[in-house]
Design a binder for this molecule. Structure first.
Ligand SMILES: [Zn+2]
Length: 285
């Protein structure tokens, strides 16, 4: 579990890309920026890892040497609430992402659970939980034991991934890691976070169900977000004042509850806004 709050970008920052930085050098540059986390984006992967084992291991080694904690964002092509064929393919995709996550020593593979579709919410949730139990069983058989699966709170009311559903999955399925995308919750609930108390309420609800340790160690995504009546629409940078949520409020709660989350910046500015959030929290601690 993380030793302190850590910050990093979701994927390789634009400036690193402009310099054609090879993946194994990304942790070095992050370390130079004073960042200490990184989420590898495996978001377009299919049923097989799109990376060689030795490259993943080398990358993991470089991250370790530079004190950068790794997580991996799993495939977008996952739906654990759909038709049987879709669910089976989703299982293979999540397992392929978990395999590579284990190679690079990423502590969690984050994933989007699925869409309710025509199913009733409760029914979709049950299908999802039962399938995830099977996924974890397969992971154990494959020797994947360090990487956890992390269901994420989702930004649209049509997606499975309310706070209660994600917490429920973490209660019912072994080898899970809580992933709170604060921006998604904000969009899904049409501007939920207006005051520090709104953030406190979420943390208290999590603590009541999952306990203090799981709460302290939550994995977070954060950015400013625009939404419509269908939920999430677009990510914005932290300096765009007319969008929420406000990181400073979350930072107050992190300090108050002595949380040590991994906070991944999903702002279009990635590392630059990760640094901004780090500095905001630092001022409070
Ligand atoms: Zn996500």
């Amino acid at each position: 579990m993380a030793d302190r709050p850590r910050f990093g970008p979701a994927g390789v920052p634009p400036t690193f890309k402009m310099m054609n930085t090879p993946l194994k050098e990304v942790p070095i540059l992050l370390h130079e920026e004073g960042l200490d986390a990184f989420e590898y984006e495996a978001v377009y992967w299919g049923g097989k890892p799109q990376m060689q084992k030795e490259h993943a291991e080398e990358f993991g080694q470089k991250a370790k040497e530079n004190d950068v904690w790794l997580s991996l964002h799993g495939s977008y092509f996952i739906n654990f609430c759909g038709e049987k064929k879709v669910v089976e393919a989703s299982k293979r995709r999540l397992i392929s992402c978990a395999t590579a996550a284990e190679w690079m020593n990423a502590y969690v593979v984050v994933f989007h659970p699925g869409f309710y579709g025509r199913k009733l919410r409760g029914q979709a949730y049950e299908t999802c939980v039962e399938t995830l139990k099977e996924v974890v069983k397969t992971m154990k058989n494959l020797g994947i034991k360090n990487t956890k699966i992390g269901p994420e709170t989702m930004g649209k009311p049509s997606q499975l991934g309310s706070l209660d559903e994600v917490v429920g999955i973490c209660e019912e399925v072994e080898q899970t890691q809580l992933v709170i995308d604060w921006s998604h919750l904000h969009a899904r609930e049409f501007g939920r976070f207006r005051t520090v108390d709104d953030f406190r309420e979420v943390v208290e609800r999590i603590e009541a169900r999952l306990g203090t340790e799981a709460t302290k160690n939550m994995h977070c995504h954060f950015t400013k977000i625009e939404f419509t009546d269908k939920g999430e629409r677009k990510h914005h940078t932290l300096s765009e004042g007319r969008y929420g949520p406000d990181f400073e409020m979350l930072a107050q709660i992190i300090a108050e509850f002595k949380l040590r989350p991994i906070i991944i910046s999903e702002s279009p500015l990635l590392d630059i806004d990760a640094i901004k959030m780090r500095d905001t929290l630092r001022k409070l601690l």
